[in-house]
Design a protein around this ligand. Structure first.
Ligand SMILES: Cc1cc2nc3c(=O)[nH]c(=O)nc-3n(C[C@H](O)[C@H](O)[C@H](O)COP(=O)(O)OP(=O)(O)OC[C@H]3O[C@@H](n4cnc5c(N)ncnc54)[C@H](O)[C@@H]3O)c2cc1C
Length: 404
């Protein structure tokens, strides 16, 4: 018998007890209307929430379960990783959607938790946890994408305040944002990685202007964000001045852990199961209970098997990462996750044949029109949060230890 079996038994019993409590609390408090897929708030004060969505958010925030592993003092519930997993499982069991998501709880929240001063934690973390403010990400600039350290947005110390001039690009949700965390240049005379800081900026001020960018898929989720004598509070610089490169890179790891499906430091949104078989049956028919087209059958099977292996790997990484911080495995999972997302829509279009390529008109149904747009927008998954090529560079250098 292993020496720690008594300890394990006590732990298992307390987890079982926690599961019962979580189940009963969720049954009592999760409104019926949010027990299905739908809009998940991300804090934007410019988007009005339906009553049940707001109620769910308020109740979960009160319970500390919008950010279950954060300390209670900062709006969390101080749950262990095991308890966190239980809450996730119990929410999944009743089909409950997360009460809150977004860059507040998932990107800048854990970063403030790790690098913020006590005052900054007390000021910001409870706001993130309540979804009080929608956050945008101000990293990319026209000449600073993969080469992010080339960023030029100038931030000058004017005594009482910081003054910002320059621009960011590809700001997702810019028109709905209330706040933006920005990587800025605080010292242009230092080598480029050493003159950068991370600062929080209120977007509702005359010095911040947002202009939407129209995309090929027909949507405009991104914006250019212009800073024209914009002001930031000097207390809102996160981490040491001019050492924001390390802080900013850490935030990127938090972002990638969300894209890789292994985020445990904020609010992970469940990835949808990748079952395409029903759609395939509609389009290609069946012979003797099997999909009629062998090439589609083979492709679908491979995708399902790989996706299943991927989900198991995600669970293993979550279980192994007992620290609250994401591991280097996030880059691997981000690359693979992006491949699956693209492959899934590729397969969907393959299954639909020419019906999957419609743009408008009565000969295509809504699902077919959506699929074509989804195919176009899915090209983005291997770009945002750092491209797949950049992730592979990180894996080569940091995981495999290959030389530069
Ligand atoms: C959907 C979406 C949402 C986004 N949201 C935001 C946001 O909210 N905020 C924000 O700041 N940014 C956002 N971005 C921008 C995103 O972070 C950048 O697009 C990304 O970092 C790549 O930069 P780039 O577009 O300038 O491409 P580039 O850096 O110009 O890269 C072009 C190509 O060259 C390759 N490449 C570049 N350098 C190397 C290298 N060293 N080794 C190998 N290959 C290389 C790249 O992989 C890519 O294929 C978003 C992007 C997308 C698509």
């Amino acid at each position: 018998m292993p020496l720690n079996s008594g300890y394990d038994q006590v732990m298992n019993e307390s987890i079982d007890q926690f599961r019962l409590e979580a189940r009963s609390w969720l049954e009592e408090n999760c409104p019926d209307d949010v027990r299905k897929p739908g809009f998940i708030p991300w804090g934007s004060q410019k988007i009005e929430l339906e009553d049940d969505v707001q109620l769910w958010l308020d109740r979960m925030a009160e319970k500390g379960w919008t950010v279950p592993t954060w300390p209670k003092a900062y709006g969390g519930a101080g749950l262990s990783k095991a308890q966190y997993m239980v809450v996730q499982e119990e929410m999944r069991r009743i089909g409950a959607r997360p009460a809150l998501t977004g860059r507040g709880v998932n990107y800048i929240g854990p970063t403030v938790l790790e690098f913020g001063s006590d005052d900054q934690k007390a000021k910001w973390l409870p706001r993130f946890a309540r979804g009080d403010g929608g956050w945008c990400m101000g990293y990319s600039e026209p000449a600073a994408g993969s080469d992010l350290a080339n960023l030029q947005l100038r931030c000058v110390d004017e005594g009482d305040i910081f003054r910002l001039n320059g621009m960011k690009i590809w700001t997702s949700d810019g028109i709905y944002g209330d706040w933006i965390f920005c990587l800025v240049r605080t010292d242009p005379d230092k080598p480029k990685h050493e003159g950068i800081s991370l600062v929080l900026v209120n977007m509702d001020q005359p010095g911040v202007r947002v202009r939407p960018i129209q995309l090929i898929s027909g949507n405009s989720p991104f914006c250019e964000t212009f800073f024209e004598d914009a002001i930031a509070d000097k207390d809102d610089l996160i981490g040491p001045r001019n050492q924001g490169w390390a802080v900013g890179k850490r935030l990127l790891q938090y972002e990638r852990s969300v894209h890789g499906g292994v985020n445990t430091s904020g609010a992970q949104v469940e990835q949808k199961a990748l079952s395409l078989a029903d759609t395939a049956r509609t389009y290609v028919g069946e012979i003797n209970g099997r999909l009629a087209d062998e090439s589609i059958r083979t492709r679908l099977l491979k995708l399902e098997m790989n996706s299943h292996a991927y989900r198991l790997t995600q669970q293993r990484v979550i279980a192994e990462t007992q620290a609250s911080a994401p591991a280097l495995a996030t880059s691997i999972l981000k690359v693979k996750g992006a491949e699956f997302t693209k492959e899934r829509v590729d397969v969907l279009q393959h299954v639909m044949g020419s019906q999957g390529f419609g743009w408008d008109g009565g000969s295509f149904n809504q699902k077919e029109l959506d699929t074509n747009r989804e195919w176009l927008s899915s090209r983005a998954v291997s770009i945002y949060g750092g491209t797949s090529e950049i992730q592979m560079n990180i894996i080569a250098k940091r995981v495999l230890g290959l030389p530069d």
